[in-house]
Design a protein around this ligand. Sequence first.
Ligand SMILES: Nc1ncnc2c1ncn2[C@@H]1O[C@H](COP(=O)(O)OP(=O)(O)OP(=O)(O)O)[C@@H](O)[C@H]1O
Ligand SMILES: [Mg+2]
Length: 270
Amino acid sequence: MDELIFKLNNVHFSYLKKYPALCGIDMQIAKGQKIAILGANGSGKSTLLQLLDALIFPDQGNIQAFERQLREADFNDASFCRNFRKRVGLVFQNPDIQLFCPTVKEDIFFGPLQLGMDRPKIEKQVGEIIEGLGIADLLERSPHQLSVGEKRKVAIASVLAIDPEIILLDEPTAGLDPQTSRHIMDIIIEANEKGKTIITATHDLHIVEEIADKAYILSRQKRIALSGPVVELLSDAELLREHNLMHIHKHRHQGQAHIHSHQHLDHHQH
Ligand SMILES: Nc1ncnc2c1ncn2[C@@H]1O[C@H](COP(=O)(O)OP(=O)(O)OP(=O)(O)O)[C@@H](O)[C@H]1O
Ligand SMILES: [Mg+2]
């Protein structure tokens, strides 16, 4: 296996010590992998990404990142913290949590400036990202006045601006139109082709095959129900139905109503 980035060993986490969110997660993620985290609402996907981003820490078990255990106390050390934040970036499920500056431009520059990157390097990098995402006309606007899709693009730009080795994405295509969604996927795939490790939590089975080669499915018990190559997991209809990744649809064919299962993979052409 290539260089290990994350190694999770029996990780448990509860909110406020009473709402279990993850119960005994084992996982190994190597450099350059494309990973999808799948599972029903409330199965722990966002919690897992926040643990990987060291925003929260396990109650039990441990997480190693870059061969060193993540401990809350180490993040009081400014240089350790800066180094970790430079290497790992999280695009939140809710962009409103991530965007807090008066203008889009300030939001995108905030991370790299905080991390002490020099301005000419940031200017060059950010210029390319802004062009790639087509958000040049939003720069002077307040992030709070943008549409959901625009906010999501700005949130992605603000993480790409840091140029992290590991990009964690929480439902990156939720609420996006098909073209914008395609665009975001291309950016994710391109980042992976440049050697970045990509870990995406999603419900959108349309995108999984492209943005991941391996997937983990979290169960309602907040454990890993199954992991393996994406093509294998996606071909198991029973498994997808069991984890709310496939839904039952009512359709009308030539005047007659039918009810049948439907993966998000299928297009609504029936
Ligand atoms: N701030 C919080 N306080 C208390 N419980 C929480 C909090 N955030 C999440 N939880 C609980 O932790 C569990 C896992 O939540 P999490 O947000 O990680 O799920 P998810 O798989 O990302 O869901 P979704 O698909 O809806 O985004 C859920 O049971 C949820 O109720
Ligand atoms: Mg979530």
